[in-house]
Design a protein around this ligand. Structure first.
Ligand code: NDP
Length: 341
């Protein structure tokens, strides 16, 4: 069984050398005495920015919400998988599932609290790492429940072409909003405008003045900022927010590899403009998964939502794909195909 282990805790930018693909002996059966365990063959592994947080050692839990990975052990991550053996009455051999597994070819999941049956196998199974999985629920819950859009709102989305951002933009259009996205290449900007239906988009790497770029796109200001990036972008956004606007904080990817995170000098805008800024964690929304899935499957089947994935092949590619999230190498949802069935 090939799997990806963390070699050591990471400080600064992660490198491929922080991880190693190792092979271990494995039995294709659930060991006796495991009445809840499920053995799965992983078909697709998801690469997600939050995994970087788990690669660091946290001495207290003030800046994290999930356990650190353990050096020498296989990384955990979201996957789409097929059940090959089960001691658990809720799962049987052959079931297609998605949820938390390991970055490995086969995973023995002792307590499958975050393992769900796939109810729409007629759609691409890989979608359950993205639009129908954790990132999809993040976009849905963060935009609709936290940001609470109203028709006509001016919406700005950063990291807009990624797993979450491309969906936030499309949900904003469905909600009757005006939406602008930022991304880090012209190829991504083109996707935002011509595939995902954003009203406008810009390449933030080509703008020398982010405040002015936002002013150009939003002469009347921003009602909702769906925040994935932080740092200089957040600070420029604060200056462009309208009175009584909302910022839904999904993530701050520009800060994840910094040993000294940046501040936001313009934070006083929260007070001056009565802005509501609220963070959220998708894990708190798994109870709403079925409602989300039904709605999202409807949008996909009606062609109202489209989804772009960046799929690389083979478990050996996991380290490269994972660190690529932090240089913007991925175009769309990053995942790794491990097996076809
Ligand atoms: P993406 O698919 O968007 O991939 C990450 C992208 O972030 C890269 O492609 C890159 O795009 C951009 N990026 C990387 N480094 C920087 C930087 N220094 N400055 C600006 N942009 C950068 O990832 P996801 O859609 O999966 O995740 C997006 C955000 O949502 C992350 O912050 C993540 O942590 C957060 N998240 C939060 C969840 C929650 O429960 N709160 C759940 C899931 C995700 P580009 O080329 O445009 O720079």
């Amino acid at each position: 069984n090939k799997g990806v282990i963390l070699k050591r805790y990471v400080t600064g930018f992660p490198t491929e050398d922080d991880m190693e693909v190792v092979t271990s002996g494995f039995s294709l059966a659930v060991p006796p005495g495991n009445p809840t365990a499920v053995l799965v063959k992983n078909l697709y592994l998801s690469c997600d920015p939050y995994m970087r947080n788990r690669m660091s050692k946290h001495d207290d839990d003030s800046a994290t919400y999930i356990e650190d990975f353990v050096p020498g052990e296989v990384l955990a991550g979201f996957a789409v998988s097929k059940v090959v053996a089960s001691g658990n009455p809720d799962f049987k051999e052959g079931d297609l599932v998605w949820g938390l597994a390991g970055c490995e070819e086969y995973s023995l999941i002792a307590h499958p609290e975050y393992l769900f049956k796939i109810s729409h196998p007629e759609l691409p199974l890989s979608y359950y790492t993205g639009v129908l999985g954790m990132p999809g629920l993040t976009a849905y819950a963060g935009f609709l429940d936290v940001a609470k859009p109203k028709k006509g709102d001016y919406v700005f989305v950063s990291a807009a072409s990624g797993a979450v951002g491309q969906l936030v933009g499309q949900l904003a259009k469905i909600s009757g909003c005006y939406v602008v996205g930022s991304a880090g290449s012209d190829e991504k900007v083109n996707l935002l405008k011509n595939k995902f239906g954003f009203d406008d988009a810009f390449n933030y790497k080509k703008e020398h003045d982010l405040k002015a770029a936002l002013k150009r796109c939003f002469p009347e200001g921003i009602d909702i900022y769906f925040e994935s990036v932080g740092g200089a972008m957040l600070d420029a956004v604060l200056l462009n927010m309208r009175k009584h606007s909302r910022i839904a904080v999904s993530g701050l990817i520009s800060q994840y590899n910094l040993e000294q995170p940046e501040g936001a000098p313009n934070l006083f805008c929260l007070v001056a403009k009565r802005i509501r800024m609220e963070g959220f964690i998708v894990g708190d929304y798994f109870g709403s998964y079925q409602k989300f899935e039904e709605e999202m499957v409807g949008y996909l089947k009606e062609g109202k939502i489209t989804y772009v994935e960046d799929i690389v092949e083979g478990i050996d590619k996991v380290p490269e794909a994972l660190i690529g999230l932090f240089s913007g190498r991925n175009v769309g949802k990053q995942l790794v195909a491990i097996a076809r069935e």
